[in-house]
Design a protein. Structure first.
Length: 246
């Protein structure tokens, strides 16, 4: 776990973003830091990218730390949550972003691949939320899960991914009931998020009523809304897809 969080004379809210080293997770971590929160990010393999993201987070004048944590492993999650709470003095926001995305014909998905996708996409958020719950309850905290448009729309070549995200959507609503009234729990479900221009990106942009694909910043804005807005909103699945799923 590195680097050690920098000290601050002013207490502020603390957030943990799983898989926060790169891509959408990086944008989420930076957006929360921009809102004034101390931010810890978890990483399993992308150590160099995590260190670079941590340096960017520090640029907002908040504390940060990189936590080596495997969301699939109970003991790793327990240790990671404890280390974050120890460093920051507690936890206010948990963002379950770490996920596996892959495609395969349904008839060719192996049991190993099915279980691997569910282990990260569904079991991971369950484990992190369960371990963080006492900390979040103590501060009337928030949980924001990252679902997917695929959790509500069937994609023939992504059955294991879609099923794992549909389970996460239902888990969100179950958590919202079970963890109330101390903790609000919501889900942001992105549609097609563009990272590179290409034929696929142009195809989805043409199908999207808003005339473009989503960006990591669009997803981050929705996460910050749930992380900083009224605590009264809970159990919601907010689709961020520009109307693609309509």
């Amino acid at each position: 776990m590195f680097p050690e969080p920098h000290s601050s004379p002013h207490p502020r809210k603390a957030a943990l973003v799983t898989g926060g080293a790169k891509r959408v997770g990086r944008e989420l971590a930076l957006a929360l830091a921009s809102s004034g929160m101390d931010v810890a990010i978890t990483v399993r393999e992308s150590l160099g990218e995590a260190a670079a993201t941590a340096r960017e987070i520090e640029g907002f004048g908040v504390r940060t730390m990189v936590v080596e944590m495997d969301v699939r492993d109970e003991m790793s999650v327990r240790q990671g949550i404890a280390a974050t709470a120890s460093a920051f003095g507690g936890l206010d926001v948990l963002v379950n972003n770490a996920a596996v995305f892959e495609s395969a014909p349904l008839g060719e998905i192996t049991l190993e691949r099915w279980d691997a996708v569910f282990a990260t996409n569904t079991r991971g958020p369950f484990l992190t939320a369960r371990e963080a719950l006492p900390l979040l309850r103590a501060r009337r905290g928030r949980i924001v899960n990252l679902g997917s448009l695929g959790g509500s729309h069937a994609w023939a070549t992504h059955a294991h991914y879609c099923a794992s995200k549909a389970a996460l959507h239902m888990l969100t609503q179950s958590m919202a009931k079970a963890f109330a009234p101390e903790v609000s729990v919501n889900c942001v479900a992105p549609g097609f998020i563009e990272f590179d221009e290409g034929k696929e990106a142009r195809h989805f942009a043409a199908k999207t009523p808003m005339g473009r694909n989503g960006s990591p910043a669009d997803v981050a804005a929705a996460v910050v809304f749930f992380a900083t807005g009224t605590h009264f909103i809970t159990g919601q699945i907010l689709t961020v897809d520009g109307g693609l799923g309509l």
